[in-house]
Ligand binder design. Structure first.
Ligand SMILES: [Zn+2]
Length: 197
Protein backbone atom coordinates (compact mmCIF):
# COMPACT_ATOMS: atom_id res chain seq x y z
CA UNK A 1 0.00 0.00 0.00
CA UNK A 2 1.24 3.35 -0.87
CA UNK A 3 -0.10 6.64 0.07
CA UNK A 4 0.01 9.57 -2.23
CA UNK A 5 0.70 11.84 0.65
CA UNK A 6 4.34 12.57 0.20
CA UNK A 7 4.11 15.85 1.97
CA UNK A 8 2.48 18.97 0.67
CA UNK A 9 4.24 20.84 -2.02
CA UNK A 10 4.79 24.52 -1.71
CA UNK A 11 4.50 26.12 -5.05
CA UNK A 12 4.86 29.81 -4.78
CA UNK A 13 5.34 30.09 -8.52
CA UNK A 14 8.70 31.68 -7.90
CA UNK A 15 6.94 34.93 -7.03
CA UNK A 16 7.71 34.94 -3.35
CA UNK A 17 11.42 34.78 -2.80
CA UNK A 18 12.14 32.45 0.03
CA UNK A 19 13.27 34.58 2.93
CA UNK A 20 16.80 33.57 3.50
CA UNK A 21 18.16 33.31 6.97
CA UNK A 22 21.15 35.33 7.99
CA UNK A 23 23.83 36.00 8.72
CA UNK A 24 24.26 37.78 5.41
CA UNK A 25 27.28 39.23 3.73
CA UNK A 26 25.87 42.74 4.19
CA UNK A 27 28.26 44.32 1.71
CA UNK A 28 27.04 47.37 -0.18
CA UNK A 29 25.58 46.42 -3.55
CA UNK A 30 27.40 47.86 -6.53
CA UNK A 31 25.47 50.54 -8.35
CA UNK A 32 22.19 50.16 -6.48
CA UNK A 33 20.68 50.53 -3.04
CA UNK A 34 20.66 47.77 -0.48
CA UNK A 35 23.10 45.27 0.90
CA UNK A 36 24.20 41.85 -0.27
CA UNK A 37 22.01 38.98 0.91
CA UNK A 38 24.46 36.31 -0.01
CA UNK A 39 25.34 34.10 2.97
CA UNK A 40 28.04 35.63 5.15
CA UNK A 41 31.48 34.48 4.07
CA UNK A 42 30.12 32.75 0.94
CA UNK A 43 33.00 31.47 -1.20
CA UNK A 44 35.64 32.57 1.31
CA UNK A 45 37.82 30.69 3.84
CA UNK A 46 35.51 32.01 6.61
CA UNK A 47 32.04 30.67 5.71
CA UNK A 48 29.27 31.97 7.94
CA UNK A 49 31.20 35.09 8.85
CA UNK A 50 32.02 38.41 7.24
CA UNK A 51 31.67 39.48 3.62
CA UNK A 52 31.12 37.13 0.67
CA UNK A 53 33.71 36.63 -2.05
CA UNK A 54 32.07 39.29 -4.24
CA UNK A 55 32.25 41.94 -1.54
CA UNK A 56 35.82 41.80 -0.33
CA UNK A 57 35.56 38.64 1.75
CA UNK A 58 38.75 37.30 0.16
CA UNK A 59 40.72 40.56 0.41
CA UNK A 60 43.25 40.67 3.25
CA UNK A 61 41.08 42.95 5.40
CA UNK A 62 37.98 40.88 4.59
CA UNK A 63 39.78 37.70 5.57
CA UNK A 64 40.95 39.25 8.82
CA UNK A 65 37.47 40.52 9.70
CA UNK A 66 35.93 37.14 8.85
CA UNK A 67 38.51 35.27 10.89
CA UNK A 68 37.99 37.57 13.86
CA UNK A 69 34.22 37.13 13.70
CA UNK A 70 34.73 33.37 13.50
CA UNK A 71 37.05 33.39 16.53
CA UNK A 72 34.62 35.51 18.56
CA UNK A 73 31.76 33.17 17.75
CA UNK A 74 33.90 30.20 18.77
CA UNK A 75 34.80 31.84 22.10
CA UNK A 76 31.14 32.65 22.70
CA UNK A 77 30.24 29.04 21.96
CA UNK A 78 32.81 27.85 24.50
CA UNK A 79 31.49 30.34 27.02
CA UNK A 80 34.82 32.12 27.37
CA UNK A 81 34.25 35.66 28.58
CA UNK A 82 36.14 38.30 26.61
CA UNK A 83 39.14 39.84 28.36
CA UNK A 84 37.83 43.28 29.26
CA UNK A 85 41.09 44.54 30.53
CA UNK A 86 44.24 42.77 29.41
CA UNK A 87 46.28 44.51 32.12
CA UNK A 88 44.06 43.24 34.93
CA UNK A 89 44.14 39.75 33.42
CA UNK A 90 47.95 39.86 33.21
CA UNK A 91 48.19 41.02 36.82
CA UNK A 92 45.99 38.07 37.84
CA UNK A 93 48.26 35.65 35.96
CA UNK A 94 51.29 37.14 37.68
CA UNK A 95 49.56 36.46 40.99
CA UNK A 96 49.08 32.82 40.03
CA UNK A 97 52.68 32.42 38.89
CA UNK A 98 53.92 33.79 42.20
CA UNK A 99 51.48 31.60 44.18
CA UNK A 100 52.69 28.50 42.30
CA UNK A 101 56.30 29.37 43.04
CA UNK A 102 55.50 29.89 46.74
CA UNK A 103 53.59 26.63 46.90
CA UNK A 104 56.59 24.75 45.49
CA UNK A 105 58.93 26.58 47.85
CA UNK A 106 56.83 25.37 50.77
CA UNK A 107 57.01 21.79 49.41
CA UNK A 108 60.79 22.03 49.14
CA UNK A 109 60.96 23.32 52.71
CA UNK A 110 59.03 20.28 53.89
CA UNK A 111 61.55 17.89 52.38
CA UNK A 112 63.88 16.37 54.92
CA UNK A 113 66.52 15.91 52.29
CA UNK A 114 66.87 17.42 48.85
CA UNK A 115 68.43 14.31 47.41
CA UNK A 116 67.53 10.68 47.48
CA UNK A 117 69.40 7.57 46.47
CA UNK A 118 68.50 5.24 43.65
CA UNK A 119 70.38 2.49 41.93
CA UNK A 120 71.57 5.06 39.47
CA UNK A 121 73.05 7.22 42.20
CA UNK A 122 71.89 10.30 44.03
CA UNK A 123 68.97 12.17 42.54
CA UNK A 124 67.74 15.65 43.11
CA UNK A 125 64.13 15.56 44.15
CA UNK A 126 61.55 16.47 41.53
CA UNK A 127 60.12 19.15 43.83
CA UNK A 128 63.43 20.97 43.80
CA UNK A 129 63.62 20.97 40.01
CA UNK A 130 60.02 22.21 39.78
CA UNK A 131 60.68 24.94 42.31
CA UNK A 132 63.80 26.08 40.48
CA UNK A 133 61.92 26.22 37.20
CA UNK A 134 59.04 28.13 38.80
CA UNK A 135 61.55 30.56 40.30
CA UNK A 136 63.07 31.18 36.86
CA UNK A 137 59.70 31.70 35.19
CA UNK A 138 58.47 33.88 38.00
CA UNK A 139 61.53 36.10 37.75
CA UNK A 140 61.20 36.41 33.99
CA UNK A 141 57.47 37.11 34.21
CA UNK A 142 57.89 39.81 36.82
CA UNK A 143 60.66 41.48 34.84
CA UNK A 144 58.44 41.49 31.74
CA UNK A 145 55.57 42.92 33.75
CA UNK A 146 57.76 45.60 35.24
CA UNK A 147 58.73 46.63 31.70
CA UNK A 148 55.04 47.10 30.90
CA UNK A 149 54.50 49.52 33.80
CA UNK A 150 51.32 47.67 34.58
CA UNK A 151 50.74 49.16 38.02
CA UNK A 152 51.05 52.67 36.68
CA UNK A 153 48.83 51.96 33.68
CA UNK A 154 46.18 50.35 35.85
CA UNK A 155 46.27 53.35 38.18
CA UNK A 156 45.84 55.61 35.16
CA UNK A 157 42.83 53.60 33.97
CA UNK A 158 41.21 53.86 37.40
CA UNK A 159 41.88 57.58 37.50
CA UNK A 160 40.29 57.96 34.07
CA UNK A 161 37.24 56.03 35.20
CA UNK A 162 36.93 58.18 38.31
CA UNK A 163 37.01 61.29 36.15
CA UNK A 164 34.35 59.85 33.86
CA UNK A 165 32.11 58.97 36.81
CA UNK A 166 32.60 62.40 38.31
CA UNK A 167 31.73 64.14 35.03
CA UNK A 168 28.64 61.97 34.56
CA UNK A 169 27.59 62.64 38.14
CA UNK A 170 27.97 66.39 37.71
CA UNK A 171 25.81 66.29 34.59
CA UNK A 172 23.11 64.17 36.23
CA UNK A 173 22.98 66.29 39.37
CA UNK A 174 22.68 69.44 37.29
CA UNK A 175 19.89 67.90 35.20
CA UNK A 176 17.98 66.99 38.32
CA UNK A 177 17.93 70.60 39.38
CA UNK A 178 19.26 69.90 42.86
CA UNK A 179 20.44 72.67 45.12
CA UNK A 180 24.17 73.08 45.84
CA UNK A 181 23.69 71.45 49.26
CA UNK A 182 21.77 68.53 47.79
CA UNK A 183 24.43 68.07 45.10
CA UNK A 184 27.15 68.00 47.74
CA UNK A 185 25.19 65.42 49.75
CA UNK A 186 24.61 63.29 46.65
CA UNK A 187 28.32 63.41 45.73
CA UNK A 188 29.32 62.42 49.26
CA UNK A 189 26.83 59.55 49.15
CA UNK A 190 28.15 58.27 45.83
CA UNK A 191 31.74 58.51 47.03
CA UNK A 192 30.84 56.54 50.16
CA UNK A 193 29.19 53.79 48.11
CA UNK A 194 32.08 53.61 45.65
CA UNK A 195 34.54 53.16 48.52
CA UNK A 196 32.35 50.39 49.93
CA UNK A 197 32.59 48.42 46.67
ZN1 LIG B 1 28.30 39.93 -0.76
Amino acid sequence: MTTADSGSTHDDGGKKRRKRKGPFCGGKLHGRDGTCEQAAGWGTPHPGHGRCKLHGGCAPSGRAAGAESQARAELARLGVPPVENALTALAAIAGEVVAWKDMLAAKVNELSSLRYKTEGGEQLRAEVALWERALDRCGKFLVDMAKLDIDERLARVTEQQAEQISAALTAVLAEMGLSQDQQRAARAGVARHLRAV
